[in-house]
Design a protein around this ligand. Structure first.
Ligand code: SAH
Length: 371
């Protein structure tokens, strides 16, 4: 592949793509053009509230400034390769991120809300045994423009239906792409941009403890943790990052995080894998870890994908598992699969990962990807 195909188009043209730049970076950018900080707010309003991507149409900026902006900057969305619609109303976009790679974004409509599930990486290095993205290996972190671009593409297409919630539960491990994910989170929360409340933006992580502790200090949005097993021996196999950050350390970090949360509750995701982690003993062990803590459990029936070696637990077993949790004083719910007819359900997102590095935790991760 010629080296220049790896360069973002925006950089090739020598223009800066302002999409996804957080408020403080925009203030700095306008400063470099000898403009006042409030210009950043004006731009964000046009871009994220009115969804205007053309500097020329931003009529409260002077004609001179509009021309200057068009000369040095751009507002470029990633290209959509395809859109699929599920029988249940779920929608999935395949989005080109260059170098023959593509990531997926999913919209899940519900009676009182509309949730967008965004990807943060092309592929994933964490190699969780039950996840389609993990099987692809890791290619690279998405830029803030590519992450925020997913939100823009979906909101433009869905209008007037609003996106009320954003979850970082698509492809990739959001905390392994910390800086870019936090830039996007700042825009999602900013009143001059999307203005979403902290409870409506959720990061889901397999458990990167140092980044989790940092996030607790920097932005206290809702947190979901992919626990999936109540003992290290099993979690080491299912979620290999556990070998670096074991359950006790992860839970300590979660309780610290909960201290700063408005809702004060961390959601623990627990995938139901037949004969693997779904016994009554597992439920009791899980309850023991979480009882009297600011925690709730979301059971996720396993969603199969081509080549997956697991099966989903039987409904009666899932029922028994949730009853055991509830009778031990744990709040627990079951996540209904959405969009599984278009492979848009949890863990089914594969996109197109041009896997040049084939980095997986199971092989050798350290030193290549920060965990
Ligand atoms: N890297 C983040 C985001 C992953 S996707 C994380 O690990 O949390 C969001 C959720 O889907 C995670 O809980 C993940 O473990 C779960 N998941 C992955 N593969 C799945 C599958 N095949 N069926 C059901 N859930 C799955």
């Amino acid at each position: 592949m010629p080296a220049d195909t790896l360069v973002e188009p925006a950089l090739k043209a020598g223009k800066r793509n302002l999409l996804g730049s957080p408020p403080d970076e925009l203030v700095e950018f306008f400063g470099s053009l000898n403009q006042k900080p409030f210009r950043a707010r004006q731009l964000m309003r046009w871009l994220y509230q009115r969804k205007v991507l053309d500097f020329g149409a931003m009529t409260d900026l002077s004609a001179g400034l509009r021309a200057e902006l068009a000369a040095v900057a751009e507002l470029t969305l990633p290209r959509v390769l395809s859109v699929e619609a599920s029988a249940d109303g779920t929608r999935k976009w395949l989005i080109d991120v260059g170098g023959a790679q593509a990531v997926e974004t999913v919209f899940i409509p519900e009676p009182n809300r509309g949730t967008l599930c965004v990807s943060s990486q092309a592929g994933c290095a964490l190699d969780c045994a039950f996840c389609a993205t993990g099987q692809q290996g890791f290619n690279r972190n998405l830029t803030a423009a590519e992450i925020l671009g997913q939100v823009m593409i979906a909101s433009l297409e869905l209008a007037p239906t609003p996106i009320t919630n954003i979850v970082f539960m698509g492809m990739g491990e959001p905390l392994a792409n910390y800086d870019n994910v936090v830039k996007v989170v700042k825009l999602l929360l900013d009143d001059f941009s999307f203005g979403l409340s902290r409870r409506r933006v959720t990061i889901s992580t397999a458990g990167l403890v140092p980044q989790l502790l940092r996030l607790a200090k920097e932005c206290n949005i809702a947190l979901a943790v992919s626990l999936h097993a109540p003992i290290d021996e099993l979690r080491d196999k299912l979620v290999p990052i556990n070998r670096i950050h074991p359950i006790a350390k992860l839970l300590d970090a979660c309780w610290q995080y909960a201290e700063v949360l408005a809702s004060r509750q961390v959601t623990f995701e627990y995938i139901m894998l037949q004969g693997v982690n779904d016994s009554t003993l597992h439920a009791k062990q899980l309850a023991k870890l979480l009882v009297n803590r600011p925690a709730k459990v979301n059971l996720i029936p396993f969603n199969p994908f081509p080549g997956s070696e697991f099966r989903c637990s039987e409904p009666a077993i899932i029922d028994q598992f949730i009853q055991t949790l509830r009778s031990s004083g744990i709040v627990a719910t079951i996540r209904r699969a959405r969009g599984d007819d278009i492979a848009a359900a949890c863990g089914q997102l594969a996109g197109r990962v041009n896997d040049r590095r084939k980095v997986k935790l199971g092989d050798k991760l350290l030193g290549v990807v920060s965990v």
